[in-house]
Ligand binder design. Structure first.
Ligand code: PLP
Length: 474
């Protein structure tokens, strides 16, 4: 195999191997996209084993088979990016930059937008926070994931306003309108909003919020960590200034994330990390002082050796979702959403958490509580007795989950018996989340398991360990 014949297609078209891998297009009634881990079997406490049902996509989604194949095809040609004179260095540099272009196209970036490769959504939003002009007034709903809620308040020279949880899209838009109209003095302002909640899966009125922000001279960043894997995101059409997302939630778990959008604030900010790659020239003056001339391009915030595999994996995932037909993927996921919501509605005592009500558009992220059940107990039983991986707790969105639960104790409850006393708010919720790789069987098994556990109780004994329920070993 010669380097050029194998590596060239991978560079010019990320994920060309996908066509060869034969990913079926998804759509209503069609098969899910192939993902790794589909054949992994896990032991049950009750004996035997079962194929693992990964229903925690909102935390980290399994890798698309195609992403894995693309990365594997490139791996032998891996080389240093931006530094080396060798053939593989040049090839890797080209792959890195082609990946940037693929992501820009996936997000519908405008001509002068930049795509910065970061480690994750958290990293992207911290980068933007570090780049805010001094005195920026930041407006953020208290319902955000902590990654979107917290970075701004570390900037002591900026001012953060937390907007209370709205109960309708209209309230959200009106609250922002009021906050921006009231904001004095005028100056740079930023609004941060999520595209889809990591707790309720509900979509936020991003376009409307962007219009309000811009009408008041503010900018807006979209936390698309939960939106991008489930729904096309078009930065120009939504008219947002920046978009942030994570590779590992977009079927590309290789340690990269993205901050895409306006270049000016980033260009004028101090480099996020000081080091090689971000610096154009470093000189030592006659007085011995070292002075640095920093890049003003995207390299300014990508100091250190870039994660070319992570960037390529994201580009491969973007290409895979686009080529599979995102509309079809959305339609299939919506069928699963309906099935889960209808299934949970039929479980006595189950309550799905929602900010915007039953009719709100949403993605495949659904949190719920069941009367008399500690969510950690239910999650442990789903795993130990049915081989189903979900998540329980407050999902790094503590203010939102506490609002939706109506308060709740700060300390974990005991598992085993009823999780909460009558009339007391539960400690946390249980979240089931799924996407392009989820087979129908996982959803059916999940619903059957919840029905059986709520009707018959757990078949195993559990105890509390470090605040979590775990099965008691034989
Ligand atoms: N924003 C939302 C809405 C999320 O759901 C998450 C992670 O769950 C994040 C941001 C942070 O993503 P990461 O942990 O990949 O930085």
């Amino acid at each position: 195999m010669s380097v050029t014949t194998v590596a060239a297609p991978a560079v010019s078209s990320p994920a060309t191997t996908a066509a060869a891998a034969g990913s079926p297009a998804a759509g209503p009634g069609r098969a899910p996209l192939p993902v790794l881990g589909a054949d992994v079997r896990v032991p049950l406490v009750t004996g035997g084993e079962v194929a693992y049902a990964a229903l925690d996509y909102a935390a980290s989604a399994p890798a698309l088979r195609r992403v894995w194949d693309d990365v594997a095809a490139y791996a032998p040609y891996y080389g240093s990016v931006h530094r080396g004179a060798g053939h593989l260095s040049q090839l890797s540099t080209e792959l890195f930059e082609t990946s940037r272009a693929t992501v820009a196209a996936f997000l519908g970036c405008r001509e002068d937008d930049q795509v910065v490769f970061t480690r994750s959504t958290t990293d992207s939003l911290n980068l933007l926070a570090a780049a805010l002009p001094a005195g920026t007034r930041v407006h953020v709903f208290e319902t955000e994931h902590h990654a979107a809620l917290l970075p701004w308040q570390r900037r002591r020279d900026c001012h953060v306003t937390h907007l209370p949880a709205p109960r309708t899209h209209r309230q959200a838009v009106a609250a922002l309108e009021r906050a921006l109209a009231d904001a004095t003095p005028q100056g740079p302002a930023l609004v941060c909003v999520t595209g889809a909640s990591n707790v309720t899966g509900e979509l936020w009125p991003v376009r409307e919020l962007a219009a309000v922000a811009h009408a008041h001279g503010a900018r807006i960043v979209l936390d698309a960590a939960q939106l991008a894997p489930h729904h096309p995101v078009d930065i120009a059409e939504l008219d947002v200034d920046w978009v942030a997302f994570s590779g590992h939630k977009l079927y590309a778990p290789f340690g990269s994330g993205v901050l895409a959008g306006r270049a000016d604030w980033l260009r004028e900010a101090e480099p996020y990390l000081a080091g090689g790659g971000a610096s154009r020239t470093v000189t030592r003056g006659a007085d011995g002082a070292v002075t640095v001339d920093w890049h003003t391009t995207v390299a300014r915030h990508e100091a250190g050796s870039p994660n070319v595999i992570g960037a390529y994996a994201i580009a491969s995932a973007c290409a895979a979702l686009t080529e599979a037909g995102f509309e079809g993927l959305v339609a299939r996921e919506q069928e699963l959403v309906t099935r889960v919501r209808e299934g949970l509605a039929a479980v006595p005592g189950a309550r799905v958490l929602s900010l915007f009500g039953d009719d709100a558009p949403r993605v495949g992220v659904i949190s719920f509580v069941v009367d008399g059940w500690n969510s950690s107990h239910l999650a442990a039983a789903l795993s130990a007795e049915y081989g189903i991986g979900v998540r329980d707790g407050l999902f790094c969105a503590h203010p939102l989950v506490r609002t939706l639960l109506g308060g709740g104790p700060e300390e974990p409850g005991e598992c085993g018996a009823a999780g909460t006393a009558a009339g007391e708010a539960p400690l946390g919720a249980l979240r089931v989340s799924f996407g392009a790789g989820t087979p129908d069987e996982h959803i059916e098994r999940f619903l059957r398991a919840v029905r059986e556990l709520v009707r018959d109780g757990a078949r195993w004994t559990y105890r509390t360990e470090g605040g979590r329920c775990v099965p008691v070993k034989d």
